[in-house]
Design a binder for this molecule. Structure first.
Ligand code: ATP
Length: 234
């Protein structure tokens, strides 16, 4: 197992946002967390990446307990993050944004840059454009491309489809599939349950800070309760 979240409890002040969440991600998988607004999906991801501290429980990555490790060290350890709200550097070119993703490591980045540009031809076309002038979908591509430059073992994605037009959503999802096919494990948080379940191997359904279901994604697509609650009535 590459990533194991064990019974984590997380509080915002006195409010319990996560009440004992456990999630497992095996090497090579795409795992998705779905659930309604406020269910705790983003908080789970933030706890894994080190942006939130936990009250109890643990996060084990690649055999190491990283529960108390600072976020930047988690990136070095191989947890790749494409943050919510994109987080690209607006005053830097696309190219320089991508290079920033590799700042944690040494070596020759040309092959990795070439691979990112191959995955995202749109970024290759616009390599001299400022990050801040890219469209929402393009900035999402840039955020994912930048995360890939760190050569992560696991890519954590927080609602990559948020605010994007349907065609762009399709593109982003098919690129995520390709990234996984090339060997990167993916943990995906999504509001768009239908698309996420089509893409993922396994899924967890979160409700008010707890996991209420976990199963192969294909099974959840056919689950009447999941259809009624998250897939527009099926
Ligand atoms: P969404 O899909 O709407 O982003 P989510 O499933 O990602 O929802 P979280 O963002 O993890 O849910 O929120 C879980 C709970 O924690 C919610 O009740 C939310 O209001 C609360 N919460 C999140 N961030 C904070 C914060 N910074 N301060 C206080 N409460 C917070």
């Amino acid at each position: 197992m590459l990533l194991e979240v064990k019974d984590i409890h997380v509080h915002y002040g006195k409010i319990a946002a996560l009440k004992g969440i456990s999630v497992e991600v095996n090497e090579g998988e795409i795992v998705t967390l779905i659930g309604a607004n406020g269910a705790g999906k983003t908080t789970t991801l933030k706890t894994i990446s080190g942006l939130r501290g936990l009250t109890s429980g643990s996060v084990v990555f690649d055999g190491q307990d990283i529960s108390k490790m600072p976020g930047h060290k988690r990136v070095l350890a191989g947890l790749g993050q494409a943050p919510e709200g994109r987080g690209v550097f607006p005053g830097m070119t696309v190219h320089d944004n991508l290079l920033m993703g590799a700042y944690t490591r040494s070596g020759d980045f040309d092959a990795d840059l070439a691979e990112v540009y191959e995955l995202f031809p749109r970024l290759a076309e616009r390599r001299t454009q400022m990050g801040g002038t890219m469209s929402g979908g393009e900035q999402q591509m840039l955020a994912i491309g930048r995360a890939l430059m760190a050569k992560p073992k696991v890519l954590l994605l927080d609602e990559p489809s948020m605010g994007l037009a349907p065609l762009m959503v399709q593109q982003i999802f098919s690129i995520i599939e390709e990234i996984n096919r090339r060997g990167t494990t993916v943990l995906l948080v999504e509001q768009n349950a239908q698309q996420a379940l089509k893409l993922a191997h396994r899924a967890y359904v979160l409700e008010t800070g707890k996991v209420v279901k976990s199963a192969p994604a294909a099974d959840l697509l056919n689950d009447p309760d999941v259809q009624a609650a998250y897939l527009g009535g099926g």
